[in-house]
Design a protein around this ligand. Structure first.
Ligand SMILES: [Zn+2]
Length: 270
């Protein structure tokens, strides 16, 4: 919230794109011009990957370009709070019992990925939904596809917002592993963008295989525009340990928005 306040005093627009299952706001931030190509960055779709929130907010704070950049810094606020604060963060009694049951009775939620309905938001999108190698079809701390595509308020909010602003590029910030995934199935639009971001960050670039139902998968197949998943943080660190690395992670990603802004012009010019 402090970082959002700072962005507001810089002149950025701060707004709400929807609400989580437990009614928490899903915030958005905008900088740049409304006209011309737009970039969309989203983070913390997975509960345990909360380190991506300060990273993308720092990227926004330091962005001074004219190309419009939209950022949804915390897509899964209920999940992030569950990982940070534990079961006491869930004030709905039925949901509290439900997540405890799904978590096998354990109050250790440090590896939880899902939202509070135990749906993994990044396998809940309409792109070969339910065909991913790791998909599960029952409520789970991770990888549960949900009852139908876009069954969750959080995935619907990101989906609808993307259709509204029609970005030319999307970046999905996840943790961990220091790798970038691009493309979906046979589609690999504007591979030079991923290559350049890979070079700037030092992260390896891979074409994703075996995934389905992800935000990036949906964006790439429906638009044939570049959507990248950026996995930040060293894989040998725990998700909790990554919070201490946020400044270093930001430093490696400091050029990413400027690179995207430059490519938006190429993409618009065809
Ligand atoms: Zn993730």
């Amino acid at each position: 919230m402090q970082k959002l306040d700072r962005l507001r005093t810089q002149g950025a627009e701060v707004f709400v794109v929807g609400y989580s299952v437990l009614g928490r706001p899903i915030y958005g931030v905008f900088k740049g011009d409304f006209a011309g190509g737009q970039v969309l960055v989203q983070a913390a779709m997975h509960a345990r990957e909360g380190v991506t929130v300060p990273v993308v907010l720092d990227m926004m704070e330091n962005y001074t370009g004219s190309v419009g950049v939209w950022c949804l810094p915390m897509v899964n606020p209920d999940g992030v709070e569950l990982v940070r604060e534990g079961i006491s963060s869930v004030d709905d009694e039925q949901k509290r019992a439900y997540v405890l049951e799904v978590n096998g009775g354990s109050e250790d939620f440090s590896l939880w990925k899902a939202n509070i309905n135990a749906v993994d938001l990044n396998v809940n999108f309409p792109a070969k939904w339910g065909t991913g190698g790791q998909n599960v079809t029952y409520p789970s701390p991770g990888n549960y596809i949900g009852e139908y595509p876009l069954s969750e308020p959080e995935s619907r909010a990101v989906h609808d917002f993307t259709l509204k602003i029609q970005p030319s590029i999307t970046l999905s910030y996840h943790a961990k592993g220091e790798v970038i995934y691009k493309g979906f199935e046979c589609a690999d639009p504007y591979p030079k963008l991923a290559a350049e971001i890979g070079e700037a960050t030092g992260y390896g670039v891979y074409t994703s295989g075996g995934s389905a139902g992800g935000y990036k998968d949906w964006f790439v197949t429906t638009t044939y525009l570049p959507g990248l998943t950026v996995e930040v943080g060293k894989s040998e660190l725990s998700y909790g340990q990554l919070f201490a690395e946020a400044d270093n992670i930001y430093a490696r990603n400091a050029q990413v928005l400027d690179i995207c802004a430059r490519f938006v012009q190429d993409i618009l010019n065809g």
